[in-house]
Design a protein around this ligand. Structure first.
Ligand code: BTN
Length: 264
Protein backbone atom coordinates (compact mmCIF):
# COMPACT_ATOMS: atom_id res chain seq x y z
CA UNK A 1 0.00 0.00 0.00
CA UNK A 2 2.76 2.42 -0.93
CA UNK A 3 1.74 6.00 -1.58
CA UNK A 4 3.85 8.13 -3.93
CA UNK A 5 4.93 11.32 -2.16
CA UNK A 6 7.86 13.69 -2.21
CA UNK A 7 8.45 12.76 1.44
CA UNK A 8 10.78 14.23 4.02
CA UNK A 9 14.07 15.91 3.16
CA UNK A 10 16.60 16.42 5.96
CA UNK A 11 17.87 19.49 4.06
CA UNK A 12 14.42 21.11 3.95
CA UNK A 13 13.93 20.42 7.65
CA UNK A 14 17.29 22.03 8.46
CA UNK A 15 16.46 25.08 6.31
CA UNK A 16 12.94 25.67 7.60
CA UNK A 17 12.78 24.48 11.20
CA UNK A 18 12.30 27.41 13.61
CA UNK A 19 13.08 25.79 16.98
CA UNK A 20 15.73 26.39 19.62
CA UNK A 21 16.69 22.77 20.18
CA UNK A 22 14.10 20.24 18.96
CA UNK A 23 15.12 18.66 15.66
CA UNK A 24 18.54 20.33 15.53
CA UNK A 25 19.90 16.76 15.51
CA UNK A 26 17.86 15.12 12.78
CA UNK A 27 18.34 11.57 11.47
CA UNK A 28 16.43 10.37 8.45
CA UNK A 29 16.24 6.78 7.20
CA UNK A 30 14.51 5.18 4.22
CA UNK A 31 13.65 2.00 6.09
CA UNK A 32 13.94 1.00 9.76
CA UNK A 33 12.30 -1.65 11.91
CA UNK A 34 11.00 1.12 14.15
CA UNK A 35 12.23 4.59 14.99
CA UNK A 36 12.25 3.36 18.61
CA UNK A 37 14.91 0.80 17.70
CA UNK A 38 16.98 3.34 15.78
CA UNK A 39 16.77 5.92 18.56
CA UNK A 40 17.89 3.28 21.08
CA UNK A 41 21.18 2.94 19.16
CA UNK A 42 22.03 6.61 19.63
CA UNK A 43 23.49 8.51 22.53
CA UNK A 44 20.35 10.34 23.50
CA UNK A 45 20.75 14.07 22.97
CA UNK A 46 18.00 16.44 23.98
CA UNK A 47 15.66 17.25 21.10
CA UNK A 48 17.00 14.62 18.69
CA UNK A 49 14.52 13.52 16.03
CA UNK A 50 14.80 10.11 14.36
CA UNK A 51 12.53 9.95 11.33
CA UNK A 52 11.86 7.22 8.77
CA UNK A 53 10.12 6.94 5.42
CA UNK A 54 8.93 3.42 6.27
CA UNK A 55 9.03 1.06 9.25
CA UNK A 56 8.90 -2.72 8.99
CA UNK A 57 7.93 -3.21 12.65
CA UNK A 58 6.15 0.00 13.61
CA UNK A 59 4.67 -0.23 17.10
CA UNK A 60 1.44 1.19 18.45
CA UNK A 61 -0.23 1.34 21.83
CA UNK A 62 -1.54 -1.69 23.70
CA UNK A 63 0.81 -4.04 21.84
CA UNK A 64 -0.64 -3.23 18.42
CA UNK A 65 1.40 -2.70 15.28
CA UNK A 66 1.50 0.59 13.39
CA UNK A 67 1.14 0.53 9.63
CA UNK A 68 4.16 2.40 8.30
CA UNK A 69 4.17 2.52 4.49
CA UNK A 70 5.27 5.55 2.49
CA UNK A 71 3.02 8.55 2.86
CA UNK A 72 3.05 8.74 6.66
CA UNK A 73 5.44 10.67 8.89
CA UNK A 74 7.09 8.38 11.44
CA UNK A 75 9.44 9.76 14.03
CA UNK A 76 10.80 9.54 17.55
CA UNK A 77 11.50 12.66 19.55
CA UNK A 78 14.06 12.35 22.33
CA UNK A 79 13.62 14.61 25.33
CA UNK A 80 16.17 14.34 28.10
CA UNK A 81 14.49 14.25 31.46
CA UNK A 82 15.09 17.58 33.12
CA UNK A 83 11.47 17.84 34.21
CA UNK A 84 9.65 17.86 37.50
CA UNK A 85 7.63 14.72 38.26
CA UNK A 86 4.47 16.69 37.47
CA UNK A 87 5.75 17.83 34.07
CA UNK A 88 7.05 14.36 33.22
CA UNK A 89 3.54 12.97 33.68
CA UNK A 90 2.28 15.40 31.05
CA UNK A 91 4.77 14.56 28.30
CA UNK A 92 2.25 12.62 26.23
CA UNK A 93 -0.12 15.59 26.54
CA UNK A 94 2.65 17.98 25.43
CA UNK A 95 3.29 15.92 22.28
CA UNK A 96 -0.41 15.49 21.55
CA UNK A 97 -0.89 19.25 21.84
CA UNK A 98 2.07 19.91 19.53
CA UNK A 99 0.64 17.64 16.83
CA UNK A 100 -2.92 18.90 17.34
CA UNK A 101 -1.91 22.56 16.94
CA UNK A 102 0.12 21.75 13.81
CA UNK A 103 -2.64 19.69 12.18
CA UNK A 104 -5.17 22.44 12.92
CA UNK A 105 -3.40 24.41 10.18
CA UNK A 106 -4.67 21.79 7.72
CA UNK A 107 -8.01 20.68 9.09
CA UNK A 108 -10.33 20.85 12.08
CA UNK A 109 -9.18 18.18 14.57
CA UNK A 110 -9.21 17.21 18.24
CA UNK A 111 -7.21 15.11 20.68
CA UNK A 112 -8.79 11.85 21.76
CA UNK A 113 -7.35 11.07 25.18
CA UNK A 114 -4.65 10.20 25.75
CA UNK A 115 -2.84 10.68 22.48
CA UNK A 116 -4.76 10.19 19.25
CA UNK A 117 -5.48 13.10 16.94
CA UNK A 118 -8.80 12.71 15.21
CA UNK A 119 -10.49 14.55 12.36
CA UNK A 120 -13.80 16.40 12.64
CA UNK A 121 -15.63 13.25 11.52
CA UNK A 122 -13.89 11.07 14.11
CA UNK A 123 -11.16 9.41 12.00
CA UNK A 124 -7.65 8.80 13.32
CA UNK A 125 -4.95 11.07 11.87
CA UNK A 126 -2.12 10.46 14.31
CA UNK A 127 -1.05 8.14 17.12
CA UNK A 128 1.56 8.72 19.80
CA UNK A 129 3.35 6.16 21.94
CA UNK A 130 5.62 7.55 24.63
CA UNK A 131 8.31 5.46 26.27
CA UNK A 132 10.35 6.38 29.29
CA UNK A 133 13.95 5.13 29.19
CA UNK A 134 15.63 4.65 32.53
CA UNK A 135 19.20 4.17 33.69
CA UNK A 136 20.14 3.05 37.21
CA UNK A 137 16.53 3.51 38.24
CA UNK A 138 16.51 7.14 37.08
CA UNK A 139 14.24 8.31 34.25
CA UNK A 140 16.87 9.37 31.73
CA UNK A 141 14.87 10.40 28.69
CA UNK A 142 11.55 10.20 26.91
CA UNK A 143 11.20 8.69 23.48
CA UNK A 144 7.96 10.00 22.01
CA UNK A 145 7.08 7.92 18.95
CA UNK A 146 4.71 9.79 16.66
CA UNK A 147 3.00 8.52 13.51
CA UNK A 148 1.05 11.02 11.38
CA UNK A 149 -1.14 10.00 8.46
CA UNK A 150 -0.07 12.80 6.14
CA UNK A 151 -0.26 11.51 2.57
CA UNK A 152 -1.41 7.96 3.21
CA UNK A 153 -4.25 7.12 0.82
CA UNK A 154 -4.88 3.45 1.51
CA UNK A 155 -5.41 1.66 4.80
CA UNK A 156 -6.06 -2.02 5.39
CA UNK A 157 -9.71 -2.92 6.09
CA UNK A 158 -9.13 -3.38 9.82
CA UNK A 159 -8.09 0.31 10.06
CA UNK A 160 -11.47 1.54 8.89
CA UNK A 161 -11.35 4.53 11.23
CA UNK A 162 -8.03 5.82 9.87
CA UNK A 163 -7.75 8.79 7.53
CA UNK A 164 -5.07 11.21 6.39
CA UNK A 165 -4.52 14.90 5.79
CA UNK A 166 -4.34 14.23 2.06
CA UNK A 167 -7.66 12.39 2.01
CA UNK A 168 -9.33 15.15 4.00
CA UNK A 169 -7.74 18.17 2.29
CA UNK A 170 -7.98 16.64 -1.19
CA UNK A 171 -4.38 17.36 -2.16
CA UNK A 172 -0.86 16.24 -1.33
CA UNK A 173 0.59 17.72 1.85
CA UNK A 174 4.21 18.82 2.23
CA UNK A 175 5.44 16.43 4.91
CA UNK A 176 8.36 18.74 5.74
CA UNK A 177 5.97 21.56 6.58
CA UNK A 178 3.89 19.28 8.80
CA UNK A 179 6.92 17.98 10.67
CA UNK A 180 8.43 21.45 11.17
CA UNK A 181 5.15 22.75 12.57
CA UNK A 182 4.76 19.76 14.89
CA UNK A 183 8.29 20.21 16.28
CA UNK A 184 7.87 23.98 16.66
CA UNK A 185 4.56 23.74 18.51
CA UNK A 186 5.83 20.89 20.69
CA UNK A 187 8.76 23.04 21.78
CA UNK A 188 6.36 25.86 22.68
CA UNK A 189 4.12 23.55 24.74
CA UNK A 190 7.15 22.07 26.46
CA UNK A 191 7.92 25.49 27.89
CA UNK A 192 4.40 25.94 29.31
CA UNK A 193 3.50 25.58 32.97
CA UNK A 194 1.55 22.46 34.01
CA UNK A 195 -1.70 24.30 34.81
CA UNK A 196 -1.71 26.04 31.41
CA UNK A 197 -1.00 22.75 29.67
CA UNK A 198 -3.98 21.10 31.34
CA UNK A 199 -6.26 24.00 30.40
CA UNK A 200 -5.11 23.88 26.79
CA UNK A 201 -5.44 20.09 26.70
CA UNK A 202 -8.98 20.27 28.04
CA UNK A 203 -9.86 22.72 25.25
CA UNK A 204 -8.32 20.46 22.60
CA UNK A 205 -9.62 17.13 23.84
CA UNK A 206 -12.82 15.59 22.48
CA UNK A 207 -12.99 13.18 25.41
CA UNK A 208 -13.58 15.90 28.01
CA UNK A 209 -17.25 16.68 28.65
CA UNK A 210 -18.40 13.76 26.53
CA UNK A 211 -20.03 10.43 27.09
CA UNK A 212 -17.38 7.74 27.12
CA UNK A 213 -17.03 4.02 27.48
CA UNK A 214 -14.00 2.70 29.35
CA UNK A 215 -12.73 -0.69 28.33
CA UNK A 216 -9.92 -1.99 30.50
CA UNK A 217 -6.86 -3.54 28.90
CA UNK A 218 -7.90 -7.02 30.13
CA UNK A 219 -10.90 -6.63 27.81
CA UNK A 220 -13.21 -7.99 30.50
CA UNK A 221 -14.33 -4.95 32.43
CA UNK A 222 -16.00 -1.89 31.01
CA UNK A 223 -18.35 0.90 32.03
CA UNK A 224 -19.90 4.07 30.63
CA UNK A 225 -20.11 7.59 32.00
CA UNK A 226 -19.32 11.24 31.41
CA UNK A 227 -15.72 12.44 31.31
CA UNK A 228 -15.57 15.39 33.71
CA UNK A 229 -11.96 16.59 33.89
CA UNK A 230 -8.27 15.74 33.61
CA UNK A 231 -6.02 15.49 36.67
CA UNK A 232 -2.51 16.99 36.95
CA UNK A 233 -1.05 13.53 36.28
CA UNK A 234 -2.94 13.22 32.97
CA UNK A 235 -5.58 10.76 34.24
CA UNK A 236 -9.30 11.36 33.68
CA UNK A 237 -12.18 11.75 36.14
CA UNK A 238 -15.24 9.95 34.91
CA UNK A 239 -18.69 10.11 36.44
CA UNK A 240 -20.22 6.68 36.09
CA UNK A 241 -23.89 6.22 35.28
CA UNK A 242 -24.55 5.35 38.93
CA UNK A 243 -23.18 8.78 39.91
CA UNK A 244 -19.88 7.61 41.41
CA UNK A 245 -16.59 9.17 40.29
CA UNK A 246 -13.72 7.08 38.96
CA UNK A 247 -10.19 7.95 37.85
CA UNK A 248 -8.93 6.31 34.68
CA UNK A 249 -5.31 6.20 33.60
CA UNK A 250 -5.02 3.16 31.45
CA UNK A 251 -7.12 0.94 29.25
CA UNK A 252 -9.13 2.26 26.34
CA UNK A 253 -11.53 5.14 26.49
CA UNK A 254 -13.96 5.24 23.56
CA UNK A 255 -15.84 8.42 22.84
CA UNK A 256 -19.30 8.55 21.34
CA UNK A 257 -19.05 9.61 17.68
CA UNK A 258 -15.37 8.68 17.39
CA UNK A 259 -14.21 5.60 15.46
CA UNK A 260 -17.82 4.65 14.78
CA UNK A 261 -18.91 4.56 18.43
CA UNK A 262 -22.61 5.40 18.69
CA UNK A 263 -23.67 4.05 22.06
CA UNK A 264 -25.92 6.11 24.35
C1 BTN B 1 -0.85 4.36 18.57
O1 BTN B 1 -1.07 3.16 18.72
O2 BTN B 1 -1.77 5.14 18.34
C2 BTN B 1 0.55 4.89 18.64
C3 BTN B 1 1.27 4.79 17.33
C4 BTN B 1 2.70 5.30 17.34
C5 BTN B 1 3.38 5.11 16.01
C6 BTN B 1 4.73 5.75 15.96
S1 BTN B 1 5.43 5.81 14.35
C7 BTN B 1 6.96 6.32 14.99
C8 BTN B 1 7.18 5.53 16.26
N1 BTN B 1 7.83 4.27 15.97
C9 BTN B 1 7.04 3.23 16.20
O3 BTN B 1 7.34 2.04 16.01
N2 BTN B 1 5.85 3.66 16.66
C10 BTN B 1 5.82 5.09 16.81
Amino acid sequence: MATKTSGISAGKIADNLATDFIGKKFYYFDKVTSTFDEADKLIPEDGTVVCAKTQTNGRGRLGRSWQSDTGGIYFSLILKNRFSKEKLQLMTAVCALGVWKALLEYTECKIKWPNDIISENGMKLCGILTKLRTQNGYSEYINAGIGINANTTEFPPELRYASSLKLICGHEIDENDVLCKVLEFTEKYLAMKEAELIEEYERACVTLGNRVRVIYADGENEFSGICKSMNPDGSLNIQKDDGSLLTVNSGEVSVRGVYGENYV
